[in-house]
Design a protein around this ligand. Structure first.
Ligand SMILES: C[S@@+](CC[C@H](N)C(=O)[O-])C[C@H]1O[C@@H](n2cnc3c(N)ncnc32)[C@H](O)[C@@H]1O
Length: 185
């Protein structure tokens, strides 16, 4: 996840009145919580001050998991040990042995059901959109339409994060390639 090292993006996020990030295929929540974690480290005191991470997915089951906000040790294996301090270990009942993110992080992420192929209810612009590892589900033509809609929804600094093996080549010319980031969270 490269948001922590992208100074242009961070500067743009700091300047924007409402900080808005969209994790558009969020699965059980690791992606939006990773974004929240990195933003919290990079821009202290940011979360909770008119900043919001919208996390959406098509799959109701993964969203239910995300809203339960319980993660096994294995599912957090890729997170740096320093960052694991943000999680607390449950010591009884349903949460026993499971990890839960801090209240501050939890409150910075809003989970919603959304099919990327349907109409989008959001208005206004986003500072960054994450559309990672979901393109495989769409034809090239659908991807073209998707990227056009994403470009319309981004602010002046259009920052779009794709998966490691995904690309905009021959799909949309409204973006410039910025950098290849590591696959780690
Ligand atoms: C491989 S996961 C990627 C998760 C996360 N973005 C990441 O990179 O770790 C793909 C996710 O895309 C979601 N998905 C598939 N088709 C979708 C659609 N049409 N609209 C929204 N989400 C979709 C799936 O439910 C799944 O959670």
């Amino acid at each position: 996840m490269g948001i922590g090292t992208d100074s242009k993006l961070l500067e743009s996020i700091k300047q924007s009145r409402k900080k808005r990030i969209w994790s558009s295929a969020c699965s059980p929540g690791q992606e939006p919580y990773s974004i929240a974690l990195v933003m919290q480290e990079a821009i202290p005191k940011l979360l909770g001050h008119d900043s919001r991470i919208l996390a959406t997915d098509l799959d109701s089951d993964v969203l239910a998991h995300a809203k339960r906000d319980l993660y096994t040790d294995e599912s957090l294996a890729a997170i740096h040990p320093d960052r694991l301090r943000t999680f607390s270990k449950g010591d009884g009942g349903e949460r026993h042995g499971q990890n839960r993110v801090s209240r501050q992080l939890r409150e910075s992420v809003v989970f919603r059901h959304l099919n990327l192929m349907d109409a989008w209810p959001m208005c206004g612009s986003f500072d960054a959109i994450f559309c990672r590892n979901v393109l495989i589900y769409f034809t090239k033509e659908m991807q073209r339409v998707l990227f056009e809609r994403i470009a319309d929804l981004l602010g002046v600094v259009k920052c779009l994060f794709l998966g490691h093996s995904e690309s905009l080549t021959e799909l949309n010319d409204r973006f410039e390639y910025a950098a290849r980031k590591s696959t780690g969270r």
